[in-house]
Design a binder for this molecule. Structure first.
Ligand SMILES: [Cu+2]
Length: 154
């Protein structure tokens, strides 16, 4: 009994099963070669989708906060009447996002008016702003002014 059949090296003398295997290998090689373009397209598509998602942050949160895909987004959670973390340091141009995990409404107000205040955020509501210029941005909750936080933009 001989289970393994050797394929000869020359294509001209290939038995049928070897020719089939060679074709399969060539097809695989072609697929591998075209893959980088495929990945490039996927990344581009992902970027476009991410841009669209920025406008739909609150919808994204419905699916879970880890699905907010934008790479330059930094999240501050509101828990037990506190901003967590109370201070974050982000690069210029970063998008900062607050999400209210309390049962009480909260709203985000810049101490200096550096960014537009949020609406009152109900449970799991989110608000975001983008800070382009380096500096320190203090903010507080418009309903509970003892709740304070700080964003340091580098
Ligand atoms: Cu509050």
């Amino acid at each position: 009994m001989n289970a393994t059949v050797q394929c000869p090296p020359r294509a001209a003398t290939l038995p049928l099963h070897c020719a089939t295997r060679l074709k399969r290998t060539l097809r695989l090689a072609q697929a591998m070669r075209s893959r980088p373009i495929g990945i490039g397209r996927t990344l581009l598509a992902t970027t476009l989708i991410a841009s669209a998602a920025l406008a739909a942050t609150q919808r994204a949160y419905a699916a879970g906060p880890e699905q907010v895909a934008a790479a330059n987004t930094y999240r501050v959670e509101i828990r037990n009447f506190a901003f967590v973390p109370a201070t974050i340091t982000v690069p210029a141009g970063a998008r900062i996002e607050w999400i209210n995990r309390d049962e009480e409404p909260h709203l985000i107000v810049s101490t200096t008016g550096a960014f537009k205040a949020s609406q009152a955020l109900d449970t799991d509501d989110a608000f975001a702003t983008t800070l382009a210029k380096p500096g320190t941005y203090a903010y507080y909750c418009g309903i509970h002014p003892m709740m304070v936080g700080k964003i340091v933009v580098r």
